[in-house]
Design a protein around this ligand. Structure first.
Ligand code: PGA
Length: 235
């Protein structure tokens, strides 16, 4: 099965910088992977040749919600994915809000890219399993997928994001196996499980394994060299 590669540009690129990156990406062959680019809202048009994802969304369809962008509206603009629960945003939102976003995305024919992950402190206190279970189950509370719907779950240890730190391959495997069990218990079968957090060309070969359906890239996604190398490795 083709690997799924999510590129989260965060707030890294201005419009002009996005155009430069896109021009360089034209030389990369993405044929054998499923690529989803999540640029800033202002840069969607630059990457319109690719499948697009939003970095965030709002659960109400319309209304007086200054600064928000609804799943309803994103879907009308043919944006098919949205990240939800990324650790950059989790500090500003509750598990209930994340759950509402997941439900709104599904209702609007979009695929949630649900990010979960433990902090450094969670890890030190050995409560990773408990934290992941809580994040996963609260986000999926009341969610029942029909055959046409899919979830993307990205396991990203918070302490690995943007830091260069990484789990060992065995630790990634154990955690992903644990998550698959949790999803099984919830009778959720139509999903892809990704790994993210400082994935780059120096560690991709080491992380790469069959248990991962793909990767969520941050920093590496705005560097064409990194992107080219990673794409080649995961084909
Ligand atoms: P990183 O970011 O690859 O720069 O660690 C990952 C992410 O933001 O999800």
């Amino acid at each position: 099965m083709k690997k799924l590669l999510i590129c989260n540009h965060k707030m890294f690129l201005t419009y002009d910088e996005a155009i430069i990156l896109k021009n360089k990406m034209n030389d990369i062959n993405f044929d054998d992977i499923n690529l989803v680019v999540c640029p800033s809202y202002l840069n969607f048009d630059v990457f319109k040749d690719y499948t697009l994802g939003a970095q965030n969304c709002f659960y109400e369809d319309k209304g007086a919600y200054t600064g928000e962008i609804s799943c309803y509206d994103l879907n009308l603009r043919k944006i098919k994915y949205s990240i939800v629960g990324h650790s950059d945003r989790r500090k500003y939102e509750t598990n209930e809000e994340i759950n509402l976003k997941v439900k709104s995305l599904l209702k609007n024919s979009m695929t949630p890219i649900l990010c979960i992950g433990e902090t450094k402190m969670d890890k030190e206190l050995r409560r990773t399993s408990e934290v992941l279970k809580k994040q996963l189950y609260s986000a999926l509370d009341g969610v029942v997928l029909d055959k046409s719907q899919e979830l993307v779950i990205a396991y990203e240890p918070v302490w690995a994001i943007g830091t260069g730190n990484n789990l060992s391959k065995e630790q990634i495997e154990d955690t992903l196996m644990y998550l698959r069990k949790l999803l099984d218990l919830k009778e959720i079968h139509n999903y892809k499980l990704l790994y993210g957090g400082s994935v780059n060309k120096s560690n991709i070969n080491f992380i790469l394994n069959d248990i991962v359906d793909g990767y969520l890239l941050g920093n590496a996604s705005i560097n064409d060299d990194e992107l080219k190398y990673i794409t080649k490795c995961i084909k």
